[in-house]
Ligand binder design. Structure first.
Ligand SMILES: [Zn+2]
Length: 134
């Protein structure tokens, strides 16, 4: 999958905003409108994304490029047979992984995780499989 996003000319970060705002693109970090479109490969995330926000540092190696990632969207819950609201925040610099799954109808929190990112990666590495088909 291609990353299609923008690079800020002043703070030199990459970010993506989906859906694309109609008002024009501004940098989420400094607010400038001097941003250029960029495009490169990234790993596929297997959820239906409604909103994705990401700060990447191009100076880092590719597996550490993403510094902050926030995803808000709908994820299909097989247990409940319907779409539920997913919020996921990854702050690499703060070693934090946060995930919340909420029932949009009742407001019930189905799952909430707030843990060090390093622990989350260690636990999930066993089932890490590449999903290059998109
Ligand atoms: Zn900026």
């Amino acid at each position: 999958m291609h990353f299609k996003g923008y690079r800020c000319q002043s703070c030199n970060i990459d970010f993506s905003i989906e859906p694309k705002p109609t008002e024009g693109i501004v940098c989420p970090q400094c607010g400038t409108k001097k941003v250029n479109p960029v495009e490169y490969h990234e790993d596929t995330i297997n959820i239906l994304e409604l909103s994705k926000y990401k700060i990447t540092d191009p100076k880092q190696p590719s597996n550490k490029k993403t510094r902050v990632e926030k995803i808000e969207g709908d994820k299909f819950s097989y247990g409940r047979q319907k779409y539920v609201k997913l919020t996921r925040i990854i702050q690499r610099d703060k070693n934090r992984y946060y995930e919340k799954v909420q029932d949009p109808d009742t407001g019930e929190i189905i799952r909430e995780v707030d843990e060090p990112l390093s622990e989350h990666i260690n636990r999930g590495s066993a089932k890490k499989n590449s999903q290059s088909a998109s």
